[in-house]
Structures are given as structure tokens and as C-alpha cells.
Design a protein around this ligand. Structure first.
Ligand code: ADP
Length: 579
């Protein structure tokens, strides 16, 4: 374990602090609940001795009132306890989830490329959820059942300490085998679940591949495979059933020895006049009532273990230090003019260097196209400008500021990124475009869409700008998605544009429209583009040919073409047939 349990408890305690009044109220209520249980056991004696044996009619009238009164107290107590502890738990969970989400949003891209999305999601949802369930369980069950158990033990010893001593010596005899049986059940359940997993896979595979099975006439073979797995499952489940069915009888038989001994001795004590019938009845009632709390308390320790595991995973994510954070004296830069300089930039994701001593300067308003074979480091250059990562050597300057000196907010304000992944939120067209500048007015959004050549097709959709697109909304073509993303960037109106052109084959017509939209977008901005489109490359002020993380050539299209370098070879390979 990375954390010791004490640290975990302390941190959980810090989260619980604001809700302590609720927790205390619930604790108080849980004491009421266990108090009622203990009182019930205690009332057995007067019930037997004074009401039953003495046949007292006056007191008998009180019995239903007491029974109802106790039930009301217990019910009320239980309600208050459950409601307040569970709401407190949920509020703590809400706070932890919010913190965890905020923290993971601020983690650097490096973290997300190292760990899977599923992993982060499962910590925020499942682990925090497990924490809540178990914390509430421990508080509710642990406290209430311990009180009940203590009270009942007290009642038992008060009724007759000799008898109680015998009972407490005999009781472990039935607890030990019960725990052995419990372990066996768990073991075989786990094996059974694994087999069920295999069975599911066989099923899934054969249904998905039903065409192949039928084509090869291998139905019988598949049935045999299924039958084998199915039998294996039965094999484990049979064991579970065996132990499960044995559990109660074994415990009952074993405890019958204890109960027999206790009754035998108890009845002798009663006939000797050492205790009353009421004492013996109260004693037996207390003993039986102990069964449920004891069973629940044995579960509490499992629950604590599980919740510590969950807490550890939660706090591990919470303690992940973002690799990129604002410096304490970070500068809030004004809107950038757009002069970009890479100075001796060296970078690697891991051990393998990706960029070597990169020097590049781009003046405000220029279009610089990055070209070169894949893996050359083009996207990495764009990522560095966005501060997804920081370079290990050298520096990147915008308008003379080292970008590491700027607040990330002010840096991002100056940039718009249009990526190959045309990600759209499952939201209306309005909101998807407005993501670029949340305070933009409707007419500004429409104007951006017009410039991105998106207005026309958006209006043609059933609900126009209100249409929900993205994940589960209306499906858009690749070109349409790109144009929405371009509209988003136009609306953002940032002085620096970072563009990773999509390589996905658009048909000629949508490519032409996307191209026109891009021209509008690049207008009057410093643009760095990972270029695949011939027209972009031809019109660039600067073509930067990157290979193996080094700049091989820089120049304009015509100049590079007239040379005999990499650009010309690339051009001939990729673009010649389209020229
Ligand atoms: P390009 O855009 O020119 O195709 P990239 O900048 O995407 O090149 O990649 C340059 C090199 O860095 C490649 O070798 C690639 O495998 C590696 N790389 C890219 N992204 C990561 C990452 N997140 N983690 C580790 N290596 C990466």
C-alpha cells in the first residue's frame, strides 16, 4: 500500500467534517435503535415474571402499548439514522467527485496518454461510490451493532453471569466452522464467475461469428465447446451450493450443543431458585438477538478493507501532480500579436528524443506549413505550443514571452486549435460552436458558421441551430463536422491558429468547401498547420519539412520544389497526381 490506513482515515475525515452534525445525529439515532433492542431483551424478564407468571391483568394491558411504543421509537430512530448517514455519505461523495474531476481536468496530457480513460472514469465513479457505500455501512452497522451487542451482553451477564460465561465459551465452536464454510463459498463463487466469463465469451464469439460457423458447418463443434464450459460452470456452482446448503444446518447443529448446555444448566438454576423464569427467558432472548449483529459485524471488517482499497485509488489520482502548472509569478499576457519563435527546442515523450534542436521563427500573420513523413514530429510541435507538454531543452516564445512564464489561461486565450479529431459535444449546434467563446451572441455564432460554410447545412437540418449533434445526436459527414469545428475556431477569434489538417479522405466537393472555410479561418492570423492539402502547402509563407524530429528544409513551395530535397520527393510522391 502506498498510503497507510491512518493517512486515508485522516483525509476522509477532512471530507466528512462539514457534515459532522448529520453524522452525530445519525449516531445518536443509532444508539436509540440499539437501545430499543436491548430494552426489548430486558423487558422479557418482567414480562415473564410479572405479567405471565403472576397473571397480572392490569400490567397485561400495558403490553401492547409498550410493544407499539418500542416499535415507533425503533422505526423513528432507524429512519433518522439511515437518512442522515446516507445523505452525509452522498454529500461527501459529491465533494470528492468534484475535487477529483477538477483535479483530473488539470492533469497534463502526459497523464492521459499514460493511463486509460477507463481507469480515470472508474476511479471517479466506482471507487468513490464504493467508498460511500462502505463508509456508510461501517458507520451505520458498526456503531449500531456494537452498541446492541454490548447491551445484550450486559443483559445476559446481568441475568446470570455463570450461564453467560458458559454461553460465551461455547459460542466460538459454531463461529469457526461458519467462517470456514464462508471462505469456501467465496472461493468457489469466484471460480464460478470466471467460468461464467469464459462462457459469455464463447457465446459472444459464436454469435458474432455465426456466419463463419454456418459456412464451415461447425455447429456441432461449437456446441461441444459450449457444453464443456457450461459443465465447468456447474462444477463450481455445485460446490457453492453444497457449502451454502450446509452452512445453516452445520451452524444450527453445532449451536444446538451450546444451546442444549445452556438450557440444561439454565433450567437447573431456575429449579434451584437461583434465577427466575424471567431471567432465563431474558437470557435466551439476548443470546438469540446477538446472532444478527454478530453476523453483520464480521462483514464490517471486509467492508473496511474494501473501502480502504477504494480510498487509496481515489487519493492516488488526487495526488497525481500535474506536470504542467502555472508558475507562482506567471504573467497574464495580453492578447498575442502572434510572433512565434522556437529556440533550440528538444523534446521527448519518454527516452526516445522526438524533436532535436528545433529552431523556427514565424512572424505574426504568417502561415507556416509543417510537412514531412509521419512520425516526424509535426503534431508534437503543435502540442508543445499548446503546452500539452513542455520541452526538455530550449524554449518557445510568443511575442517575446517564454510560454512557460505565461498563465495557461492567457496562453490558451491566444490560440485556437482545430484538430483532426473533430470532436463535437452531444449538444446543440449553438453550443458546439459557442464552445469557442461562451459569451458570443447568436448573430456572432451565425456569422462564424457562415464564414465556415456551415450555416447553410445547419439551417437545412430539422431543428436548425437547435439540432443536437455529436455523440448521440444527428450524424454529420466528415466535412460537416470539420466545418462546425472551423466555425468554433473562427468564433474564438484567436490571433494564433493551430491546425492539424484531417487526412481522412473527404470527397472532392467537401474538401473544396472545407478548404474555403479554412481560408476564412486563417485570414489575418498566425497559422501553424500540419498540412496535407496541396492548396494549404502552396499558399504557405513558410514550408517546414520535418523528418525524424529535425528540420530538413524551410522555404516557399516554388523554392523547395526547384531544389532537390526531401520536399520535392514528398511532393512528387503525394501530390504529383493531384496537381
Ligand atoms: P507526426 O505528427 O509528424 O506524424 P508526431 O509528432 O505525432 O509525428 O510523433 C512523433 C513521434 O513521437 C513518433 O515517433 C510518435 O510515435 C511519438 N509520439 C507521439 N505522441 C506520443 C505520445 N503521446 N507518447 C509517446 N510517444 C509519442
Amino acid at each position: 500500500m502506498k498510503y497507510n490506513p491512518k493517512q486515508l482515515y485522516q483525509r476522509l475525515w477532512r471530507y466528512s467534517k462539514p457534515y459532522l452534525p448529520r453524522v452525530f445525529l445519525a449516531m445518536f439515532a443509532s444508539i436509540v435503535v440499539s437501545g430499543v433492542d436491548v430494552a426489548t431483551a430486558k423487558l422479557v424478564k418482567p414480562f415473564v415474571d410479572d405479567v405471565l407468571m403472576a397473571a397480572d391483568r392490569g400490567l397485561a394491558n400495558l403490553v401492547p402499548i409498550i410493544v407499539i411504543g418500542l416499535a415507533v421509537c425503533k422505526g423513528g430512530g432507524r429512519y433518522i439514522q439511515e437518512y442522515f448517514i446516507k445523505t452525509a455519505g452522498q454529500m461527501v461523495v459529491q465533494d470528492i467527485r468534484n475535487d477529483l474531476y477538477r483535479h483530473s481536468m488539470n492533469l497534463s496530457m502526459g497523464y492521459f496518454s499514460r493511463s486509460s480513460t477507463g481507469n480515470v472514469m472508474s476511479r471517479i465513479l466506482n471507487d468513490v461510490g464504493a467508498l460511500q457505500r462502505s463508509a456508510a455501512d461501517v458507520m451505520v452497522d458498526g456503531l449500531r451493532e456494537s452498541f446492541t451487542l454490548m447491551g445484550l451482553t450486559f443483559v445476559a451477564f446481568q441475568s446470570d453471569w455463570r450461564l453467560a460465561t458458559i454461553a460465551f465459551l461455547v459460542m466460538p465452536v459454531s463461529i469457526v466452522p461458519a467462517s470456514v464454510i464462508g471462505r469456501r463459498i467465496k472461493e468457489n463463487t469466484r471460480r464460478g464467475q470466471r467460468t461464467m466469463g469464459t462462457l459469455t465469451r464463447v457465446l459472444q464469439e459464436s454469435l458474432a461469428g455465426i456466419k463463419v460457423i454456418k459456412a464451415f458447418g461447425s455447429e456441432d463443434r461449437e456446441c461441444q465447446r459450449f457444453r464443456t464450459e457450461n459443465k465447468r460452470f456447474y462444477h463450481f456452482i455445485r460446490k457453492v451450493l453444497k457449502y451454502d446448503s450446509a452452512a445453516t444446518p452445520v451452524i444450527e447443529i453445532l449451536s444446538s450443543f451450546g444451546i442444549g448446555a445452556v438450557l440444561w444448566y439454565g433450567i437447573r438454576r431456575v429449579s434451584d431458585g437461583a434465577m427466575t423464569q424471567g431471567d432465563l427467558s431474558a437470557f435466551i432472548a439476548a443470546l438469540f438477538m446477538m446472532y444478527a449483529p454478530m453476523k453483520r459485524l464480521t462483514k464490517v471488517s471486509n467492508t473496511i478493507q474494501r473501502s480502504l482499497g477504494a480510498a487509496e485509488r481515489v487519493f492516488e489520482l488526487m495526488d497525481e501532480v500535474p506536470e504542467i502548472a502555472d508558475q507562482p509569478d506567471a504573467i497574464q499576457a495580453p492578447r498575442a500579436v502572434g510572433n512565434i519563435v522556437f529556440e533550440h527546442v528538444g523534446f521527448s515523450y519518454g527516452d526516445e528524443p522526438v524533436l532535436h534542436d528545433l529552431n523556427l521563427s514565424i512572424r505574426a500573420g504568417e502561415i507556416a506549413a509543417l510537412v514531412g513523413p509521419s512520425g516526424g514530429g509535426k503534431s508534437t510541435v503543435i502540442g508543445l505550443l499548446n503546452r500539452f507538454y513542455d520541452p526538455q531543452q530550449g524554449a518557445i516564445h510568443i511575442d517575446g514571452y517564454d510560454i512557460r512564464q505565461l498563465t495557461q489561461d492567457s496562453l490558451k486565450q491566444s490560440m485556437a486549435l482545430v484538430d483532426q479529431e473533430t470532436f463535437l459535444f452531444n449538444d446543440t449546434v449553438w453550443n458546439n460552436i459557442r464552445y469557442g467563446r461562451p459569451e458570443a451572441s447568436d448573430s456572432e455564432v451565425e456569422e462564424a458558421a457562415r464564414q465556415a460554410y456551415a450555416d447553410e447545412f445547419v439551417r437545412a437540418m430539422p431543428d436548425g441551430y437547435e439540432t443536437v449533434i455529436g455523440d448521440r445526436g444527428v450524424r454529420l459527414s466528415g466535412g460537416q463536422r470539420q466545418r462546425i469545428c472551423i466555425a468554433r475556431a473562427i468564433l474564438r477569434d484567436a490571433p494564433i491558429l493551430l491546425l492539424d489538417e484531417a487526412t481522412s479522405a473527404l470527397d472532392t466537393e467537401s474538401e473544396a468547401t472545407v478548404q474555403k472555410a479554412l481560408v476564412n479561418l486563417m485570414n489575418n492570423r498566425t497559422t501553424i498547420v500540419v498540412a496535407h492539402r496541396l492548396s494549404t502547402v502552396m499558399h504557405a509563407d513558410k514550408i517546414v519539412v520535418l523528418e525524424g524530429g529535425r528540420i530538413r528544409e524551410i522555404g516557399r513551395h516554388q523554392d523547395l520544389l526547384s531544389g532537390d530535397g526531401l520536399y520535392r520527393r514528398l511532393y512528387e510522391m503525394q501530390f504529383a497526381d493531384r496537381d
